[in-house]
Design a protein. Structure first.
Lengths: 289, 251
């Protein structure tokens, strides 16, 4: 029985990892606390729902359209909010407040257009897969396979391509990055596009299983931010470790206690973990020079 | 150029700096703290936009060009506090500085695998050649190419940051206090690297507070005081000047 919860936790962890990477891409490279990601996540969910339930597109096409539109919205947050503020030398706190404003506008616009009630993408009961005592539902199967494939592709890109190297360099030092001849502005455009893709993939995979409402973004984003922090801030790969840890921890809390204790126990454990390792599980203490 | 502080008081920082940097020579820029030496570097390398006047390099006007384009046009810079990029290995740090930017697009490594691999191999060899030239055959850094930058001490990061500048195909290097905070052993190595840069045909403009070092390496010295180049000439002549000694060295 416990293994069922571990598997559920790992699959949830994959979804947290995807959203954590979407957030970390912006946070690590620009240092902006990208709260608008919660609104972008909700936008992706509603686009996915709209193209499946209203436009009648097959799920795969609907998700691709939703991802493309979400990437554009993510880019808009850079071009219309963050970049003008950066050009005016606004502080990162100002950028964060603007980000909260952008999130509020996106979520309220969605609520006005589509209503506040919970919606489901697909209501048909699909045949689950059984591996002995462990049952994996059809949405979970897609979450695990698509999520793991996207994470693997991202890790490959990050470690083995020049673009990945550029991304890590921009995360380390923006000024030095520019001095070495790289266009920060152009790289940020790509960062926001890829961030939007990760947020959209996490959102589509999640709402396909649990449905959607306009206020779901913030709680998921908080979990993703926690995943990023416990994994180790500053790196991208640690989001996966943090996401999986958080997912399993939450799932085991449900197993040992009850679902309404999930957040309390999880955050207590995380608090203790951060007291012991403030740099996160896989983070490292920077050498003081 | 001027700046305004939190009390809304405006100060002239640089007012009519006129400095010709001679090609193939080492020019030292000296002056007291807060006289605008680093600001002048920021103007040349494109990080400071709010100024009047002209920055001319090899006949081209560099006014208000973005920093990355100035770098691509042949001006490299060592920052006062900027070291190696942490989270990247020594080899990645070196390769990133290469003027060959092949494979910059996200999936070019997959689409043009052969070309990307060949370009990577050239960069790796170039990095190794530079380390051999500076630190000798079989030096320890050749075995530390895959170590994260944070594994190196401050002094090592400083000399490796200087070595990295040789990757970029630059023609003018702006070095902001290269010897600051490093021990005497590394200072000798830094001197050796700067000399190597000049042998390779580079022009060096350096900010330095270590006057013994300036005397040893610089061909020409410019003394920045009160927003202007107050004295320019052969290093010994400038540093032995009575006014410079009085106002800057306090002797």
């Amino acid at each position: 029985m416990i293994w069922q919860f571990v598997v559920n936790g790992l699959i949830t962890g994959i979804l947290y990892s995807l959203l954590a990477i979407g957030f970390a891409l912006v946070y690590n490279t620009t240092r902006i606390f990208h709260i608008a990601a919660a609104g972008i996540y909700v936008f992706a969910a509603y686009m996915f729902w709209f193209f499946v339930a209203k436009a009648g597109l097959p799920i795969i096409f609907a998700s691709l359209v939703a991802i493309a539109l979400t990437m554009l919205l993510s880019l808009l947050s850079e071009t219309c909010v963050y970049r003008p503020l950066k050009n005016k030398n606004a502080s990162l706190n100002v950028a964060m407040i603007a980000s909260i404003g952008a999130m509020t506008v996106i979520i309220n616009t969605i609520a006005m257009c589509f209503g506040n009630e919970t919606k489901v993408v697909e209501s048909a009961i699909l045949q689950p897969l059984a591996f002995g005592d462990i049952i994996v539902t059809t949405p979970q199967k897609y979450q695990a396979l698509v999520g793991a494939a996207v994470l693997a592709l991202f890790m490959f890109t990050l470690q083995r391509t020049n673009w990945g190297l550029r991304l890590r360099a921009l995360s380390a030092d923006e000024t030095l990055f520019e001095t070495l001849g790289y266009d920060t502005k152009a790289t940020r455009v790509l960062v926001f596009l890829v961030s939007g893709a990760f947020i959209a993939i996490a959102s589509c995979l999640t709402v396909y299983d649990v449905g959607l409402d306009p206020n779901m973004g913030m709680s998921v984003l908080i979990s993703a931010i926690v995943a990023m922090i416990i994994g180790g801030v500053g790196k991208f790969s640690t989001c996966i470790l943090g996401g999986l840890t958080l997912g399993v921890l939450q799932s085991l809390t449900v197993y040992h206690f009850a679902s309404n204790w999930q957040n309390a126990v999880t955050f207590l454990v995380l608090l203790i973990l951060l007291f012991l390792r403030p740099q996160g599980i896989a983070g490292y203490k920077q050498r003081t020079v | 150029m001027s700046f305004t502080n939190a009390q809304k008081e405006t100060f002239d920082l640089l007012r009519g700096v006129n400095l010709d940097v001679e090609k193939g020579k080492i020019t030292a820029l000296v002056g007291g703290n807060g006289t605008g030496k680093t600001t002048l570097f920021n103007i040349i390398s494109g990080f400071e936009k709010d100024y009047t006047g002209d920055v001319v390099f090899e006949g081209n006007n560099f006014n208000h060009i973005p920093a990355h384009r100035i770098s691509l046009m042949g001006i490299g810079r060592l920052f006062q506090d900027g070291q190696l990029l942490s989270g990247l290995t020594l080899m990645e740090n070196m390769k990133l500085a290469s003027d060959d930017k092949t494979g910059e697009m996200p999936f070019s490594s997959l689409l043009w695998r052969k070309r990307s691999k060949a370009a990577e191999a050239v960069k790796e060899q170039q990095a190794k050649d530079i380390l051999v030239r500076i630190f000798g055959e079989g030096n320890k850094y050749l075995n530390m190419l895959n170590q994260d930058a944070s594994a190196f001490s401050y002094g090592e990061q400083r000399i490796l940051s200087l070595a990295r500048l040789l990757m970029g195909g630059d023609r003018l290097l702006l070095l902001d206090e290269p010897t600051s905070g490093v021990n005497p052993v590394y200072i000798d190595t830094i001197e050796q690297i700067i000399r190597e840069m000049v042998v390779e045909g580079l022009t060096v403009l350096l900010i330095e507070h270590n006057m013994h070092f300036v005397r040893r390496v610089a061909d020409i010295c410019a003394y920045l005081d009160d927003g202007i180049i107050a004295k320019l000439g052969p290093t010994a002549e400038v540093l032995d000047d009575k006014n410079v000694r009085n106002s800057y060295l306090g002797l």
